[in-house]
Structure formats: structure tokens, C-alpha cells
Design a protein around this ligand. Structure first.
Ligand code: TXA
Ligand code: MG
Length: 358
């Protein structure tokens, strides 16, 4: 299959391209498109055979349900059997935006979307291209992240092509995505709202609007099965082994970087380093030493005062380490507040929950 690439300016949308892309979706094709979080792999959310193609193209396990993307509130109400008042408040406050709501499903939702569950995940993305495409198609669009299953989600069109070229019909290239991590998945189908996946809308944001919110314990405790099917798989993982660096101060972290690099050198391993500004400054004269040693990729990923900036770069940088031929990736860890929760959730998963000691 030839994958068509359409470049499109999100500030000046060329309607003829949106029409062609929407046409492909209506005909049962697969079209990747940008959202404010990551690129999604879109298909007609009401067409079982189009939905099955998503699983095939991504190599996605059959029991992992999909998110339906809508452009109008009334479509969410059509796809959900009932919408509790807290869910309504959240839609008003955070849609369009990086919040996915899990609701009891209506009879219009095919089982291919929900993997047989009686709930459906719905979100309204805040990206002009995504909204234009969904409106033009006039359909709910099922869209998982547009990566090969298990690999980090794509934040650029070239990531999508790296993973799926030849396996999907088209990619709408609207430039890099803004948030860089996936949406928050919040289950509002039961008594109390539960975060199944931390993401772009933070726990603090949710609390401010609806009060008490639980965090699924399966998210933080690797010994407990998560409630969201997708969270149980090895995920967000580059080919290289990911090692998480802990340390109380940048100086301690910098010392540990050097220790790890000595160890990797003795094991003849090539390393990728994703370090914060603070650690980078502490390394001082050792910066050149790292470069000269067995570091195939070194990146100052920004200040730990700006976790949003780090979140935006993370997946791209993990992929760059792979491309540079790293066997191992050393990455720092972050305070678990705000977007830091989602960041640490993805980092822990990408490291396979290994806590390594040097
Ligand atoms: O930001 C995002 O959410 C991106 C963009 C493209 O919108 N999409 C995305 O989709 O990350 P995906 O398929 O990669 O992740 C969807 C997550 C999975 O963990 C899945 O198991 C969970 O949502 N999910 C979907 N339906 C569910 C349901 N009914 N109950 C519980 N979890 C559900
Ligand atoms: Mg995904």
C-alpha cells in the first residue's frame, strides 16, 4: 500500500485536503492526523472492518479498546448510554482538550471499538486539523496513537511514517504536536471518577472542577493489574533499554551519570543520555568526556522547572536515541505533580518498571 503524505498548515487549513482525507475515512481507510497530544491513527468508528484494520496496522492486541473522537458534544451524547452530571461538567470545562471520558456505551458503538466492554472512551481533541477532519467526515473517528504497538507514541508525521508507512492510507502532517503525551483517561462510568491513565489534564485540574478523583492503583503499582486494558502492556518503549536515574540533587545525578557511563563502557554498550539543564550544568568539564566516551546521543532536554517542555520532547528524544544506535538510554526522573505524573508514568512503563542499581 502506498501511504500518501499531505502537508497542511493548521492556521490556514486547505479544505480540499481535508475533504480527500475525510473521503478516505468514509470509504473505510486509515488516516493518521495530529491532535494536541500525539498523532492518532483514524478510522470510521462505526465501521467494523475499518476498525479491524487499525489493529492490523498497529499490531495492537485485540483486547485493547479504542477512543472515539468527536467534534460536537451531541455526538458524545449519542455514543454514551448515559452521561452523569460530573461528566457533563468535565466536558464543559475541558473539551475540546486532552481528556478522554469512559462512559457506559450506547448501542451505536460497535464491539470492535470497546473490545467487548460495556463502556466506551470518548474525547474531543483540541486541534484545528483533527476537528476539521472529524466534522468533514461526519463520523465519530476511532483513533489510537499512530505508532506500532508498544513503541513510543508519534509526535510528528515522520514518526508516523517511520512506524506505519506502507500500512496505512494517508498521513496529515500538521507539524509537531503540542503536549507530547497522550490524553488523561478518566473513568466516569462508576460511583467515583477514576484516572485510568494520567495525561494532559492533570489530577489537580480534575480535583479543582469535580472534587475527589481516584488514581487507579494499577498505574503506580506494577504488582496490580491496571483497570485500563491498554495500560497493562509493555508500552512507550524504544528498542534500547531505558534506565531511570534517581538522585536528590543535580550534583548527585551528575555523579551517577558518570558512574553509569563507566559501567556501560566496560560492557561495550552505546548510550543515549537525556539530561536536564540542571544536571548538564553540573557536569561542567565532564560534558566533553561523555561525548568522547560511548555516548552516541546526548541531549539537554531542558530545565526541570519546565516539565511541560520535557513532556513535549520525550517521545521524539527516545526515538532519536534509537536512531543513533543506543543500546541503553539514561533518563532522569521527575517530581510527580502536574504533568510530571504522566511523564513518570510513561517513563516507568518504558523502562519496564526496572529499577536499576549502578
Ligand atoms: O491522546 C490520546 O488519547 C491519543 C490521541 C490520538 O487522541 N490516543 C490514544 O489512544 O492514546 P490509545 O489507543 O493509544 O490509548 C487509549 C487508552 C488505552 O490505554 C485503552 O486501553 C484505554 O484508552 N481505553 C479505551 N477504551 C477504554 C474503556 N472503555 N475502558 C477503559 N480504558 C479504555
Ligand atoms: Mg497508544
Amino acid at each position: 500500500m502506498h501511504t500518501v503524505l499531505w502537508r497542511i498548515d493548521a492556521d490556514n487549513i486547505e479544505n480540499s485536503i481535508i475533504k480527500k482525507a475525510a473521503c478516505l475515512l468514509k470509504e473505510g481507510g486509515l488516516v493518521a492526523f495530529p491532535t494536541e497530544t500525539v498523532y492518532g491513527l483514524g478510522a470510521n468508528g462505526l465501521d467494523p472492518s475499518a476498525l479491524r484494520k487499525i489493529f492490523e496496522a498497529k499490531g495492537r492486541p485485540q483486547d485493547n479498546p479504542l477512543i472515539l473522537h468527536v467534534a460536537e458534544l451531541k455526538d458524545a451524547f449519542h455514543l454514551a448510554e448515559k452521561v452523569p452530571s460530573k461528566a457533563r461538567i468535565l466536558m464543559e470545562e475541558f473539551w475540546p482538550g486532552p481528556l478522554t471520558l469512559v462512559l457506559p456505551k450506547s448501542r451505536f458503538v460497535p464491539p470492535e471499538v470497546t473490545a467487548g466492554l460495556d463502556t466506551v472512551a470518548i474525547r474531543m481533541p483540541a486541534h484545528p486539523l483533527a476537528l476539521a477532519l472529524i466534522r468533514e467526515a461526519g463520523l465519530p473517528i476511532a483513533a489510537p496513537s499512530a505508532n506500532r504497538s508498544g513503541y513510543p507514541s508519534p509526535t510528528t508525521a515522520s514518526h508516523v511514517l517511520d512506524d506505519l508507512e506502507g500500512r496505512i492510507d494517508a498521513v496529515l502532517d500538521g507539524g509537531p504536536t503540542g503536549i507530547g503525551l497522550e490524553s488523561t483517561v478518566l473513568d466516569v462510568s462508576g460511583e467515583r471518577p477514576v484516572i485510568l491513565r494520567p495525561g494532559g489534564v492533570t489530577e489537580e485540574d480534575l480535583r479543582r472542577v469535580i472534587g475527589e478523583v481516584e488514581l487507579d492503583r494499577g498505574i503506580t503499582d506494577s504488582g496490580i493489574a491496571p483497570k485500563s486494558p491498554g495500560m497493562k502492556y509493555t508500552h512507550y518503549s524504544p528498542r534500547a533499554e531505558v534506565i531511570l536515574l534517581y538522585g536528590e540533587t543535580p550534583r548527585v545525578i551528575a555523579e551517577r551519570v558518570i558512574m553509569w557511563m563507566e559501567k556501560f563502557a566496560s560492557e561495550h554498550k552505546m548510550a543515549g543520555l537525556l539530561l536536564t539543564e540542571e544536571t548538564w550544568n553540573c557536569l561542567g568539564a565532564s560534558q566533553d568526556y561523555l561525548r568522547a566516551k560511548n555516548a552516541v546521543y546526548v541531549k539537554n532536554i531542558g530545565s526541570r522547572q519546565n516539565l511541560e517542555g520535557i513532556a513535549r520532547l520525550l517521545y521524539d528524544e527516545l526515538r532519536r536515541c534509537d536512531k543513533a544506535g543506543a543500546d541503553v538510554i539514561l533518563t532522569e526522573t521527575y517530581q510527580e505533580e502536574g504533568i510530571g505524573r504522566a511523564l513518570m508514568n510513561r517513563l516507568r512503563k518504558s523502562s519496564g518498571y526496572r529499577i536499576a542499581d549502578c
